[in-house]
Design a protein around this ligand. Sequence first.
Ligand SMILES: [Zn+2]
Length: 140
Amino acid sequence: MSKRRRTFTKAIMREALARSGGKCEAQGVWYGLPSGQRCNADLSKGVQYDHVVRFADGGESDLTNCAAVCIACHKHKSAKVDTPGAAKTKRMSDKARGIKNPPKMQSRPMTTTPKAAKRKATAASKIPVPSARPLFEPKG
Ligand SMILES: [Zn+2]
């Protein structure tokens, strides 16, 4: 099996653009459009080539997975679908490998006011310290 290409070849991009008829090929909710609706924006103002199924999710860099889309559609899908999807894919694969976030440190609620703490400290300092015991019995 040949190595998968991450990017479309120029030939594929040319074919996708020709197929588009110069109109944005983005379609449906992934691109922020009503389901089944095609954008059809004029691509002469700017065109980008989008992997309909992300490369990371197994999408090939071939003509069937290449959409000639307008900048707005590409931006929308990148921000709303591809990036969160990538994060989710990462989380899922982490989960499968037993990689998870360490438990959150719970900060201890402050139970005493600074004044009460000072009073407590003062009281402790008043407890008589027992006289030190000799560490060694002096030899007689
Ligand atoms: Zn569009």
